[in-house]
Design a protein around this ligand. Structure first.
Ligand code: NAP
Length: 280
């Protein structure tokens, strides 16, 4: 039920009406009897700044931020957390002592799911990251922070790939990082222990294969950030080859649970949130 004093949380994106985050967060509020609701907002033009002002003043209690605003929202934030600075983007907003705080829980979501759920250990391991957008920033930050031995990045957009490499080089990570071209994707997928898809490729039936079918073996860990469909072509081939595979559903649930606990200072009902996402 919505009452006069119901707190409002939002997810800001465009388009965002397809987002499953409202299902996950509203189920969490309901299960803990918290008088709050979570709704999608699709800002245009100056709306993003206005929404940030409403969060700063407490009219909106907090928000998630998704494509395409994770980076552009940074200019309206008063304080960036260390995590958001390390990743270089914001996915969680809230107000503290009149200041708008920008945080990022994507990296923690990725880390928990990769290390705990998929059972990957970074020691002396190498990875290939496909895509260099917002999600890849969180993924590479966490892999470098965990002292992965080496990683290579490929994006069809050279500029984005170079920007990501430049961002990573601002931190003194021990991980050896380099960019590769499309012709090297199969070679490095073969050599790497971990393959991570940080592109939207795999959501549509007509999407191409990111890595040739015969490259993946049972020695690989393959993580696809895409979660609809649950088994992309990449994961289907990897599973068939006996590789250890995971889609992006756990990361989504963990990052949502982490935002929830920042806003409400309570233990998030993770299993309920994940079940709601799966059902949605
Ligand atoms: P993004 O900022 O648009 O970045 C995606 C990057 O991949 C773009 O630079 C894109 O280039 C590039 N790309 C497209 N096709 C490619 C290909 N065949 N090979 C190499 N690079 C290619 O998007 P994002 O925010 O990083 O999100 C990426 C995906 O991860 C989305 O599907 C998103 O839903 C998912 N995601 C999942 C979670 C989760 O919790 N599971 C969290 C965040 C994101 P162009 O721009 O030139 O196309």
């Amino acid at each position: 039920m919505i009452y006069g004093n119901t707190k409002v949380y939002t997810v800001i994106g465009n388009p965002v009406k397809h987002s499953k985050s409202p299902n996950m967060h509203n189920a969490a509020f309901q299960s803990l009897n918290i008088n709050a609701c979570y709704v999608p907002l699709e800002p245009e033009g100056k709306d993003l700044k206005s929404i940030c002002d409403l969060i700063r003043s407490g009219v909106i209690s907090g928000s998630n931020v998704t494509i395409p605003f994770k980076e552009s929202v940074v200019e309206f934030v008063d304080i960036l957390t260390d995590e958001a600075s390390m990743i270089g983007s914001v996915n969680t907003l809230y107000s503290k002592n009149g200041s708008l705080i920008g945080d990022n829980t994507d990296g923690l979501g990725f880390k928990k799911s990769l290390f705990s759920d998929l059972g990957f250990s970074p020691l002396n391991k190498s990875a290939i990251i496909l895509g260099a957008g917002g999600a890849a920033k969180a993924v590479t930050a966490k892999l470098c922070q965990a002292e992965l031995k080496s990683l290579v990045i490929f994006d069809i957009d050279d500029i984005k790939a170079e920007e990501l490499l430049k961002h990573i080089s601002n931190f003194n990570y021990k991980t050896e990082v380099k960019l590769i071209s499309s012709s090297d994707v199969d070679v490095f997928s073969d050599k790497s222990d971990l393959i991570v898809n940080c592109t939207p490729i795999g959501m549509k039936d007509s999407d191409p294969l990111l890595v040739s079918e015969d490259i993946i073996t049972s020695n690989h860990w393959v993580y696809d950030l895409v979660y609809t469909p649950p088994l992309t072509k990449l994961l289907f081939n990897a599973k068939k080859a006996g590789a250890k595979v995971l889609n992006g559903m756990d990361m989504l649930a963990y990052q949502g649970a982490e935002s929830f606990s920042i806003w409400e200072s309570v233990e998030p009902p993770y299993e309920i949130m994940k079940k709601e996402l799966s059902n949605a």
